[in-house]
Write a protein that binds this ligand. Structure first.
Ligand code: SF4
Ligand code: SF4
Length: 369
């Protein structure tokens, strides 16, 4: 006799999914068209049909342990063909948002990120406190524009090194929590972690999965530009730190310096990439689909981060002292926002998706791209 499985639906979870943008999930009548059309769903236990039924039944734990939620890259080919307008692509996107919230360490940070005004207020108060305590609330009046005369380098270092350290640790803890939850789904793994992770990283660098997308293909270019921009900006930051501490170059590195090329090129890539993603979300794709505030907030913050960074350099070069220090202040706020809230934001999906693809490869569940 077959074993009995008792399912206890978590109705609060169903309500929270619907409240976060998955209000169409109850429309699904399990026809499985979505699983058939999905270009990256494996033949064995394909997604997203099974995730739709798990969501309808409020199977929170099962969804939390399901790597398939993260194999989806939100191309929305499935939403295009769903006969019921259940928008399975968007429902999976909300599931990923919930997973980031559930794994957030500490949990309250996940809630702060949902409130962009509060999230921005924290660095504003912090930087105003630093300026007040160092007597720089009034911008320097004499001489050339020198940002370190406004916000001392030592304070910048203390704040941002602490921010990077804290964000790095909390992100790592969240990812470990996620990995442990995925491991609880009982799937047999036949391949090693390291070779699977290397194969995953190679795949992510080229964004091969996006190339399979029919309904939403131009997101690939935007995604790639944003990814490479962040890598470029991280290298630029290390490079500046090297200049500051080794050859002791403290100010006004010329535009001809390769470090400047990399920094400015990365900022330009960030602006172009994020604007492509904004335009992609706004354009009419002929699909019944929506973007949540979770999707929008970080995208807008990235655009503002890049624009304020370019503006900080431009007003200094142009010698426009009246706005140079306020622009620099705004840029610092967006840099802080991006670093500190990274583990709780849309960008956090990078690590979650990388681990889920790695897990799928280990379990021989990934499709050939
Ligand atoms: S989400 Fe749509 S396509 Fe997928 S099983 Fe449900 S009704 Fe069918
Ligand atoms: S959004 Fe795209 S990748 Fe995700 S389940 Fe639908 S078809 Fe597959």
């Amino acid at each position: 006799m077959a074993e009995e499985t008792i399912i206890t639906p978590d109705l609060n979870f169903v309500r929270s999914l619907k409240g976060a943008g998955a209000e169409t999930l109850k429309k699904c009548y399990q026809c499985a068209t979505c699983s058939v059309v999905c270009p990256i769903s494996p033949d064995d236990k394909p997604f997203p049909r099974k995730e739709m039924v798990m969501a309808q039944w409020g199977m929170k734990q099962e969804l939390a342990a399901d790597p398939d939620v993260w194999l989806c890259h939100n191309c929305n080919d499935c939403s295009k063909y769903c006969p019921r307008g259940a928008r399975p692509g968007d429902v999976l996107s909300v599931m990923r948002q919930k997973a980031i919230e559930e794994n957030a360490v500490p949990g309250f940070m996940g809630k702060i990120v949902r409130n962009p005004f509060l999230a921005l207020l924290i660095p504003i108060i912090l930087f105003l406190a630093v300026l007040g305590s160092t007597g720089h609330l009034k911008a320097p009046g004499e001489g050339a524009i020198e940002y370190s005369n406004f916000m001392p380098v030592t304070y910048i270092e203390i704040i941002f090194m602490s921010a990077v350290g804290l964000a790095g640790i909390t992100y790592l803890v969240s990812l470990m929590k996620f990995w442990k939850t995925m491991g609880s789904n009982g799937a047999a793994t036949s391949k090693g972690f390291v070779p699977s992770l290397i194969a995953t990283l190679v795949e992510l660098i080229s964004h091969k999965r996006f190339a399979k997308c029919e309904a939403n293909g131009d997101r690939r270019i935007g995604h790639l530009l944003v990814l490479y921009a962040f890598i470029g900006l991280a290298i630029t930051t290390i490079w500046i730190t090297y200049y500051y501490y080794v050859p002791h170059i403290e100010t006004h590195i010329p535009l001809s310096d390769p470090m400047k090329w990399l920094g400015n090129g990365s900022a330009a890539a960030l602006i172009i990439g994020s604007l492509i993603l904004v335009a992609n979300r706004m354009k009419d794709k002929g699909i019944d689909t929506i973007s949540s505030s979770f999707d929008w907030t970080f995208l807008i913050m990235i655009v503002l981060l890049a624009i304020s960074g370019i503006a900080t350099e431009a007003v200094r070069l142009a010698g426009i002292k009246s706005i140079a220090y306020p622009v620099y202040f705004v840029h610092l706020v967006f840099v802080f926002y991006t670093i500190v809230y990274f583990p709780y934001s849309k960008l956090a999906h990078m690590g979650y998706r990388a681990l889920a693809i790695t897990y799928a490869k280990m379990a021989d569940r990934d499709v050939q791209l």
